[in-house]
Design a protein around this ligand. Structure first.
Ligand SMILES: Cc1cc2nc3c(=O)[nH]c(=O)nc-3n(C[C@H](O)[C@H](O)[C@H](O)COP(=O)(O)O)c2cc1C
Length: 414
């Protein structure tokens, strides 16, 4: 296959059929992988081809590896030996070059691949299960098999956004994904960020739920479902639709609306609803700004799942929601609470450790949120807290709500 064609047409595949990749081809693509350049020409990459299904199931269950591990033909774990000649960064660079070779070599043979990060796994457990010594970096999984989907190519950025001459001359302020707090952005920047992260299909359509947060998530959707007892409602900023998919599986409305801030999010979410076979009748209201394109007193219900903590202008949106609700209309809101153990975790991780992450948000103080809601005119009819401590994930409580990781307010328009 011609190189340029292979580079352009290789896709990340997340749905595999049951056809097996012959061992001979696996050996060929790994052999081609090692023709990548490596720092100091050390070539210290190793490729563990994981075939055993029980082993893969264990990795999913015990290390938080993606369930896709059990849905492909084989998984390859790429590791790189730590060494005194090169720096961590160089080792990862070398391993990554080999991985890209592997993906292209596989693609040229009609084999589908998915590069999967290992960054959020239980690394200790992974080493223990696969017997990987301490002196190896665990780099990435590459899942292989034959494709059972033909996804469209995610767009690439315009060349002017990625290339310049001599001196740095990019519009840097547009990309704020390394600044965790929405207080540091404008609404326009938030929109740009949401658009580009959708553009890069991250999170992906199949959306595997992160390890360890599942109980909270399931309980949250369950409680919101109970509280939003109306037959027509609007979801405010579904974004990638993780909650939406779960929520609309549980409950049917006469009609469901979405308010979104970009057309890209709309088309992404539509594809996602199709993927999960959700046929709930729906309509998108899309606006460039935080103004919901709907008349006053239009809806009997509204819901917003953990989005306010991603916004620089929270009160403005709350006032909009109040405006579009009918009298006695219900607004159910969930948010991450800074007065909980999670608030401390956030300070440690984001403020002290400052990791780069694609999740941009800042938990909101329970009392601040409550007073913002009241200031725009809502009456809080019910409060539920989820996960009062890290050891009680998914536990719902009314009494200890102000100290829970997640808080759900059922608000009524007076
Ligand atoms: C370092 C790295 C880690 C990735 N991790 C994941 C992952 O954990 N899950 C996933 O579905 N895709 C993962 N991907 C695939 C990207 O989402 C994918 O390459 C991107 O959306 C572009 O799509 P394309 O590969 O079809 O061009 C990863 C890619 C890279 C390079």
């Amino acid at each position: 296959m011609e190189l340029e064609k292979a580079i352009r047409e290789r896709r990340s595949i997340r749905k595999f059929n049951s056809k097996k990749v012959p061992d001979k081809l696996v050996a060929e693509i790994i052999d081609l992988a090692q023709w990548a350049p490596s720092g100091g020409n050390q070539q210290l990459w190793k490729f563990i081809v994981i075939k055993d299904m029980e082993l893969r199931e264990r990795l999913v269950k015990e290390t938080g590896s993606t369930p896709l591990l059990t849905k492909c033909d084989k998984a390859i774990l790429v590791i790189y030996q730590k060494n005194y000649l090169t720096h961590y960064q160089t080792d990862i660079e070398s391993a990554s070059a080999a991985i890209q070779n592997l993906l292209l070599a596989a693609h040229a043979r009609g084999i589908a691949t998915l590069w999967v990060s290992t960054e959020k796994l239980n690394e200790k457990k992974l080493r223990e299960i696969l017997r990987i010594p301490k002196d190896y970096w665990i780099v990435s999984y590459v899942l292989i098999g034959y494709a059972d989907e033909n996804p469209p190519a995610p767009k690439r950025r315009p060349l002017k956004d990625i290339m310049c001459e001599d001196y740095f001359s990019f519009e840097d302020e547009k990309n704020l994904s390394s600044r965790y707090s929405p207080k540091n952005w404008t609404f326009g920047q938030l929109k740009y960020y949401w658009n580009t992260s959708i553009l890069h299909t991250s999170p992906n359509i199949a959306g595997v739920f992160p390890f360890g947060r599942k109980e909270d998530f399931e309980r949250e959707v369950e409680e919101v479902t109970k509280l939003l007892d109306v037959d027509e409602a609007i979801e405010i900023l579904p974004y990638a639709g993780t909650h939406t998919v779960k929520f609309l599986k549980n409950v049917r409305f006469k009609k469901f609306f979405f308010f979104e801030i970009s057309k890209q999010v709309e088309s992404f979410l539509k594809r996602r609803l199709d993927f999960f076979k959700i046929d709930q009748k729906n309509e998108f209201l899309v606006s460039d700004e935080l103004k919901i394109p709907a008349k006053d007193n239009s809806f009997s219900g509204a819901v917003c799942f953990q989005k306010l903590e991603m916004l620089p202008s929270q009160k403005q949106l709350l006032a909009e929601i109040y405006r579009i609700l009918k009298k006695q209309g219900i607004f159910v809101l969930s948010f991450r609470n800074s007065l909980s153990y999670y608030g401390l975790w956030y300070i440690y991780n984001y403020k002290l450790r400052k990791p780069m992450d694609w999740q941009i948000f800042e938990p909101i103080n329970y009392f601040k949120m409550k007073s913002m809601l009241e200031e725009v005119g809502f009456e809080i009819a019910e409060t539920i807290g989820i996960s009062p401590t890290p050891f009680s994930r998914g536990v719902a409580t009314k009494l200890f709500a102000p100290m829970c990781k997640l808080v759900i307010f059922k608000c009524v328009k007076k």
